[in-house]
Design a protein. Structure first.
Length: 313
């Protein structure tokens, strides 16, 4: 008997594209809402003594072929050491017999792309049509991948990048210009916050956005808060919000921005799958500010891994 198939990062990069991943994730969110995408509670392990963390996410699709467990690490001091922030692996077993059939050594690539792809699903459903400006708060890997994913659903008129470390902001701007051909530039935090779509992609435990002026009708993609105690949006920002769209309501109430907004809430709350299915209204007024509360749901890893295996078989 042969062992599981090993798939490396470069093979994954060739196989996984946003034009296929984004529609697959949109269908995944609908299936999750209908109870057809099954996930177990996330295990998060904080490693404060090394400024790191580990996330473990298992799940499967009822009509799929795979049971998937994703293990991902984030070590936030790694860039100063010349190392990537993320690493990770996805282990897939047959849903029919439980045999482990594939190991995707993606070094975090599936996580990066499925996270940005989910944001693209939300932006496509919630943001205004036509050309938009994009503000990126945080200049790490997710800034690049969000720009790459969002240009698949909207024309990006300009891209504004803010980061705590100017040299990293400059580096990601140059990468966006070189690899994506986008009109990106380093910006002040207030300038990034005034974009049509604002992505907060930081590991913050205190609000990064709080008293900034938001553009009427904007969408904030808040994807940094994915564990207890993490927070990117302050109370003054949330007071401007008409609708919060969680990727998973229960998960966001425990791990996301909604952990900081106890009921009764002043804004509407509707899961992304319910909006996509037409079960719940999304944007109701052109000037509403909307937050997509993204904590990352395990079925997203299943969808991404299954796409890789489908293409590479």
């Amino acid at each position: 008997m042969t062992g599981p198939r090993i798939v490396g990062r470069e093979e994954i990069r060739q196989a996984l594209t946003f034009d296929r991943l984004i529609p697959a994730l949109a269908e995944g969110f609908r299936q999750y809402r209908r109870g057809q995408a099954i996930v177990a509670p996330i295990t998060n392990i904080d490693l404060p003594h090394v400024n790191g963390e580990m996330h473990i996410k298992p799940g499967y699709m009822r009509d799929g072929d795979w049971l998937c467990v994703k293990i991902a690490t984030c070590y936030y001091d790694n860039p100063a050491r010349g190392l990537p922030t993320r690493d990770g692996v996805l282990i897939l077993s047959s849903l029919r017999n439980g045999r482990i059939e594939a190991v995707l050594c993606d070094a975090g690539l599936v996580t990066d792309m499925r996270t940005a792809g989910a944001s693209a699903v939300a932006v496509d459903a919630l943001a205004r049509a036509g050309t938009i400006s994009l503000g990126l708060v945080g200049a790490g890997t997710q800034a690049f991948w969000h720009a790459a994913a969002l240009r698949a659903v909207r024309t990006l008129g300009d891209v504004r990048v803010w980061g705590r470390h100017p040299e990293r902001a400059c580096a990601v701007v140059e990468r966006m210009r070189r690899e994506l051909g986008l009109p990106a530039a380093v910006a002040a935090l207030d300038e990034a916050a005034e974009a049509d779509v604002v992505v907060t992609a930081t590991p913050a435990r205190a609000p990064v956005l709080d008293r900034q002026r938001l553009r009427p009708g904007s969408v904030i993609v808040a994807m940094g808060a994915d564990a207890i105690g993490k927070r990117e949006l302050g109370a003054a920002i949330m007071e401007q919000v008409a609708l919060v769209v969680p990727d998973s309501l229960g998960q966001c109430e425990r791990l996301g921005e909604l952990q900081w907004v106890p009921a009764p809430r002043s804004m509407r709350v509707a899961e992304l799958g319910a909006v996509l299915d037409g079960e719940t209204a999304g944007r109701q007024h052109p000037d509403e500010t909307i937050v997509f509360d993204s904590t990352g749901v395990a079925f997203q890893d299943v969808v991404g891994a299954a796409e890789v295996l489908r293409v590479t078989e």
